[in-house]
Design a protein around this ligand. Structure first.
Ligand code: HEC
Ligand code: HEC
Ligand code: HEC
Ligand code: HEC
Ligand code: HEC
Length: 382
């Protein structure tokens, strides 16, 4: 019944013919620049769509091909072409193409005559989502004379279809637990059921100019950066509670942190199973440093998948949309502590991969993680 309902709900979202994406994940064909634009680079669009350009330039999409975490993890796997399918989606962004039938690369690789190195540095660039067959696809129905380049409306840009090509992916043999399931998580959430698309949260309406025309509300491209602590903080509510506020040395401090997924239309974290969120408790002494004989304690929100193909899911400890979880803390105040004001601190950290994996790939914590929220409670110790 529930599945039937989801299917029925999904049908209206599929309405409207879309030229955006091929049926299957594959390198997007060689695109030609829509006349009279001189090139496919975002630099071309910048001339007229400067505000959107600058928002996009700050986003994860603009860094998808230069992100050190991606570069290091694909190199460790021997640079399989599959790692480029979403991070470098255009054929013109590939230096080499796999030789031989099937494109599996078994017969080696050959130089790509259509390769454009500048375009490759731009990763998920404007034309990946906006250009097909020499035409610029946009969300609105515009009279042709309003733009100096061909424009056509594509309704898929208004819903999850604009994102699913890269943010939803099932590997053969593990179809029941898709490797990337952000769209599935969203479809099962209250947001998906109410038809609130990804764009409502990630491409919020802002006022400003599109190519000289002033708009009260156009789709911002700035809500696509999960490394921004202020953006990440909007996904969750974090609350710290302590049982009492006066202690003697030798006592045990008991507290709990409640974490609620109040702002994301999918699990926190979502996407690649390597991505995880750490909830860390620290007990700080009067000098503001870790209290004597204590260590930070961490809890991880993550998804565990098999180490080898088909990488099926083993467990899922993430916070689903609308869900909450409580983490308990118990820390002994050592008899030899200095008395004074202590602080219990809880913080949240987004990680692109586990600390162990980062160490293996020689990536520092500052490259793969960001602290995005904290709460503190102070109490007296005699
Ligand atoms: C010479 C100026 C100019 C350049 C260069 C340019 N555009 Fe435009 N573009 C416009 C104008 C003007 C409009 C119409 C804006 C309006 O009135 O809504 C437009 C409209 C659009 C729309 C449709 C917006 C909608 O509301 O549906 C999209 C998408 C778009 N441009 C993308 C691009 C991309 C991608 C590039 C680079 C490959 C680019 N443009 C380069 C001037 C330009
Ligand atoms: C052509 C593939 C592609 C499409 C289409 C796409 N994305 Fe992404 N997206 C990516 C890749 C690849 C990353 C990872 C970038 C990185 O950090 O290396 C990403 C990252 C993100 C992030 C996290 C940003 C970060 O810093 O890593 C958000 C949020 C996001 N995408 C939202 C969306 C939304 C919303 C849509 C639809 C409107 C969309 N994406 C469409 C490929 C795509
Ligand atoms: C089906 C599309 C797709 C393919 C194929 C893909 N990725 Fe990604 N990748 C994404 C998306 C989407 C994200 C962003 C996920 C998120 O933030 O939720 C991402 C994020 C990442 C990140 C974290 C980036 C960060 O923000 O620091 C790494 C590392 C990564 N991918 C490595 C790889 C490697 C290695 C391969 C090849 C084995 C690969 N990807 C293939 C879509 C893809
Ligand atoms: C990951 C895919 C993606 C990338 C990359 C991307 N866009 Fe968009 N763009 C969209 C989607 C989706 C919409 C429609 C959002 C909506 O209306 O909800 C959109 C809307 C627009 C609009 C119309 C805004 C409005 O409200 O009328 C313009 C203009 C535009 N994009 C230009 C650009 C330019 C220029 C770049 C590169 C600097 C770019 N886009 C990069 C997906 C993308
Ligand atoms: C109700 C609002 C909401 C909706 C709907 C929503 N998101 Fe998000 N999403 C967030 C917030 C908040 C974050 C955390 C801040 C950020 O990264 O921008 C987030 C984070 C992400 C990330 C990076 C997360 C990570 O852990 O690395 C990706 C990728 C993403 N969203 C994609 C999508 C896609 C694709 C859809 C539609 C299928 C979608 N989102 C729908 C609010 C939403």
């Amino acid at each position: 019944m529930r599945i039937l309902l989801l299917l029925l709900l999904a049908i209206p979202a599929q309405a409207g013919d879309s030229m955006l994406w091929p049926e299957r994940l594959e390198p997007l064909p060689v695109l030609s620049a829509p006349a009279p634009l001189p090139s496919l680079s975002a630099q071309t669009c910048n001339a007229c769509h400067g505000q959107i350009h600058d928002q996009w330039a700050q986003s994860g999409h603009a860094q998808s091909a230069t992100n050190p975490a991606w570069l290091a993890s694909k190199a460790a796997l021997g640079d399989p072409p599959a790692c480029q399918d979403c991070h470098l989606p255009l054929i013109q962004q590939r230096a080499e193409l796999p030789r031989g039938p099937g494109g599996g690369g078994a017969a080696g690789r050959t130089a790509n005559p259509a390769y454009e190195p500048t375009l490759a540095l731009e990763g998920v660039t404007c034309v990946v989502c906006h250009v097909r067959d020499g035409i610029i696809l946009g969300p609105r129905e515009l009279p042709p004379e309003q733009a100096p380049h061909p424009v056509e409306q594509d309704e898929a840009l208004r819903d999850a279809r604009a994102c699913a090509y890269c943010h939803q992916h099932a590997l053969p043999g593990a179809e029941d637990t898709p490797f990337l399931d952000t769209v599935g998580e969203w479809e099962r959430s209250a947001f998906g059921q109410a038809g609130i698309p990804c764009q409502d949260c990630h491409m919020q309406r802002v006022s400003g100019a599109i190519a000289g025309s002033r708009y009260a509300a156009f789709a911002s491209h700035g809500g696509l950066n999960n490394r921004d602590p202020a953006a990440l903080r909007r996904a969750v509510t974090l609350m710290l509670r302590i049982k009492k506020v006066r202690f003697e040395r030798g006592d045990t401090v008991r507290a709990s942190a409640e974490l609620l997924n109040t702002g994301a239309g999918h699990a926190v974290p979502t996407g690649d199973p390597n991505i995880r969120v750490e909830l860390r408790f620290e007990l700080l002494g009067p000098a503001g440093k870790l209290a004597k004989n204590t260590e930070p304690t961490s809890h991880w929100l993550a998804r565990e998948v098999q180490a080898e193909a088909p990488f099926a899911e083993i467990s899922d400890d993430r916070l689903q949309p609308g869900a909450s979880r409580t983490f308990d803390f118990g820390g002994e105040l050592h008899k030899k502590q200095d008395p004074g004001t202590f602080t219990l601190r809880v913080s949240l950290h987004w990680w692109a991969m586990s600390p162990e994996q980062a160490q293996e790939l020689k990536l520092g914590p500052e490259v793969v993680s960001v602290e995005f929220a904290e709460q503190q409670i102070r109490f007296e110790v005699n």
